[in-house]
Design a protein around this ligand. Structure first.
Ligand code: ZN
Length: 414
């Protein structure tokens, strides 16, 4: 049965529903009620909490332990989580009845006596749909497994669509991806440009003509699935944390048509008072003017760093139309980024800055100038260990981060 058929049979009635599908439907209702992400909630549970919140938290703790460590016995999980054997047995029974955890056999090196039964997250229970709306000309999406590996891909040319036409393209792409899934779909994650609130409403995405677009609700009602919509750079930061070994105190700077950033503090995404944390593209860098920006100001970070601006400056240099060399242009862009980031690094004591964007532009002269500027403008005693590097996740970073949103929002794992 394909996932589409699964969704159809799920909406047809309660007969013959697999435990995993039943879980996904409950999760869709949960996201519908709560909106998913909440501020102040760590991505990865790591300690016990008070009794009134304990059960849900401890469920996630068991799932997270299995998700990251792989096959474990009940005793292994008890040791790692600090929960009692009785609690673990109880939670595992519940998770097995929901199809989220499976027994994988006996421990191979078992000593004489009763061998331990091994458990794992049921990695074959679901697939996830991750969608990246940040491309200038194309919406891209993928079907991913629970480990964040891409199984199927689809894309749709944007062809200048804005407003409800752009929304219709997101629906069409989601529909195609749901059809490509070969297991029940746990949920749909969407990374959108612009400012997105915690209910998945795109408050402002000028390039797509969206203002107050309730994208999460539209997709959720259309497909009957759990849907989570967040800012593209925030999604990218989650991908880097889960699949790129990023530090828990990090900033991911996404450089493309515009410039944005996602922040994790102590492993928790930072959204800000108006959900615009990390929107550094229209911060003016320096007091020396600069080129006019689309927002009307002069010298915004985007005017130095956005890919179209960098490419046209480099083309002018190559033609001899400007007095500057390519190296000078890239060094200046890197310095401006360093100037913009230094107070952020200083205020938050970040351990790592990760750049996502075209490697041929960012890696090298530009990145070197950024880290040198950061080091020169912050205190070596506290910020000297700061690292700056390119992401290793390439162009799939937003789609994989969208999958982390679903994993974290629905299973509490990442
Ligand atoms: Zn601007």
């Amino acid at each position: 049965m394909t996932a589409t058929e699964g969704q159809r049979s799920a909406s047809a009635g309660l007969d013959n529903i697999q435990p995993a599908e039943s879980f996904a439907r409950g999760a869709a209702a949960f996201i519908g009620r709560t909106g998913g992400f909440s501020t102040g909630r760590a991505l990865r549970p790591s300690t016990k909490v008070l009794p009134e919140h304990a059960r849900g938290h401890n469920r996630s703790l068991v799932l997270q332990t299995l998700y990251r460590a792989g096959t474990q016995s009940r005793a292994d999980i008890a040791r790692q989580t600090g929960l009692t054997r009785v609690t673990i047995s109880d939670l595992v029974a519940e998770l097995m009845s929901e199809g989220l955890v499976v027994e994988t056999g006996q421990r191979e090196d078992a000593r004489p006596g009763k061998p331990a039964t091994m458990l794992d997250l049921n990695r074959e229970a679901f697939q996830i749909i991750g969608i990246d709306l940040s491309g200038y000309a194309t919406f891209r999406g993928a079907v991913l497994d629970l480990d964040g590996q891409i199984l199927e891909r689809a894309e749709l040319p944007l062809a200048g669509s804005t407003g409800s036409d752009a929304t219709a393209k997101v629906i069409a792409l989601t529909d195609e991806l749901v059809g490509l899934a070969s297991l029940p779909v746990l949920g749909v994650g969407v990374g959108s440009p612009g400012v997105v609130d915690l209910a998945g409403i795109v408050l402002s995405a000028p390039n797509l003509g969206w203002s107050g677009e309730p994208l999460q609700q539209i997709l959720s009602e259309r497909f009957g699935l759990a849907v989570l919509v967040a800012n593209d750079a925030n999604a990218a930061a989650l991908a880097e944390h889960s699949f790129g070994d990023a530090d828990s105190d990090m900033m991911l700077v996404k450089i493309g048509h515009g410039v944005g950033a996602g922040l994790l503090l102590d492993g928790t995404p930072l959204f800000g008072s108006r959900f615009a944390a990390g929107e550094i593209g229209h911060v003016v860098v320096g007091t020396d003017g600069g080129a006019e920006c689309v927002c009307g100001k002069h010298g915004c970070l985007e005017t130095w760093l956005a890919v179209p601006r960098l490419e046209s400056a480099l083309a002018a240099a190559a033609n001899g139309d400007s007095g500057a060399s390519a190296d000078l242009i890239l060094r200046e862009a890197g310095q401006r980024l360093g100037i913009a980031l230094a107070p952020v690094v200083g205020a938050l004591n970040l351990a790592e800055v990760v750049l996502s964007g075209p490697t041929h532009l960012l890696d090298g002269v530009l990145a070197t100038a950024t880290i040198e500027t950061l080091r020169a403008r912050t205190m070596a005693e506290f910020h000297g260990d700061l690292t700056l590097r390119m992401t290793t996740l390439g162009e799939d970073i937003v789609m994989r981060g969208a999958a982390v949103m679903v994993l974290s929002g629905l299973l509490g794992v990442s």
